[in-house]
Write a protein that binds this ligand. Sequence first.
Ligand SMILES: CSC[C@@H](O)[C@@H](O)C(=O)COP(=O)(O)O
Ligand SMILES: [Zn+2]
Length: 247
Amino acid sequence: MNSSPQAEVFEVPAEVFEAAYWLRVQSNSLKQTKALVSELSLQFYKLGWLSGTGGSVTLKVHEHNVPKQNQFIVMSPSGVQKDRMSPEDTYVLSSGGSILSLPPTKSYPNNPPKCTDCAPLFLKVYEMCNAGAVIHSHGLDACLVTMINSSSNEFRIRNMEMIKGIQGHGYHDELVVPIIENAPSEGQLVESLTKAIRGYPKSTAVLVRRHGVFIWGDTWISAKTQAECYHYLFAAAIKLRQLGLPY
Ligand SMILES: CSC[C@@H](O)[C@@H](O)C(=O)COP(=O)(O)O
Ligand SMILES: [Zn+2]
């Protein structure tokens, strides 16, 4: 008879094994994606899209041969100066929304970090739109354009060359972007965002009244390009209105 004490056996859940496997596969591109999130955040801060800690950028880790459902998502922390954020301050989430890694607490000695409040909205966009990147902008024009007509749930513009920069649109197309009402917290916007995405399948943006805009694309390049075009068109609409010209 064997009298030696039995070794304790810990069961590691299958999804932990799987996440660890994909983390290894994607580690190089994960590093690059974290760096890109902080680089783009600084760039967008300079454009006025991420000021006063508002706004946020999220990217999916792009790695060939990794199935979409195993691609990791990088998000920024909540309530921080987005222009001063370093790659190591970012969060890594599974495509299902579980947090896989968080910033070291030494970066936040007085205040434990928290993932962006926009996380449920970003996850909804990833899920419904097959996006590779989402930008939440607090650009002033994105906010003001929702206030031109407070009873309208749409922003419409036509006859502008920059409309061609929006996915699925040509010069002769009218651009229509849904507007949802703001709420005291981001989580309360999930339902109306979902409805707007469903109701406007051609749109790659949703405006939030008196707040800003969510813009997405298949890749970070597409999201950035479109975000530049959307902001141009919002600014143009405001200016045209001031000049008394139709848009
Ligand atoms: C200026 S506060 C803005 C926030 O409430 C929110 O709307 C936002 O855009 C950023 O949230 P955050 O949690 O800091 O990523
Ligand atoms: Zn916001």
